[in-house]
Ligand binder design. Structure first.
Ligand code: FES
Length: 105
């Protein structure tokens, strides 16, 4: 979990639970070469941020856009029900960071 200086794409979302998630991307030739996250949330949000980040590295923009909260949840079959929304926060922030990159000139 770390913030990144001068990423190619980044995003911040203040989740409905009150926790925050940040995602940072380094993108080379349409592929994610580095992804990091930061959250002030619970263990589950840290897990989801970490898992979404690891899933993104090495994937193309299109492949990252296909990552879903369900894919994160499948990596932890017994994820507590009250933490399922953390996967939505993590993946939404990842996708928003992609959008940030896409909208840069
Ligand atoms: Fe808020 Fe998990 S992101 S409880």
């Amino acid at each position: 979990m770390k913030r990144m200086n001068d990423p190619d794409g980044s995003a911040y979302i203040h989740g409905i639970c009150g926790d925050t998630m940040e995602m940072y991307l380094i993108i080379k030739e349409g592929t994610i070469v580095e992804c990091s996250y930061h959250t002030d949330g619970c263990y589950t949000s840290q897990y989801c941020g970490s898992t979404a980040s690891r899933m993104a590295v090495g994937k193309t923009i299109g492949e990252v856009m296909a990552i879903s909260p369900a894919m994160v949840i499948y990596t932890w079959p017994d994820m507590p029900r009250d933490g399922l929304h953390c996967s939505i926060l993590a993946v939404s922030t990842l996708h928003k960071a992609i959008a940030d990159w896409l909208l840069k000139p």
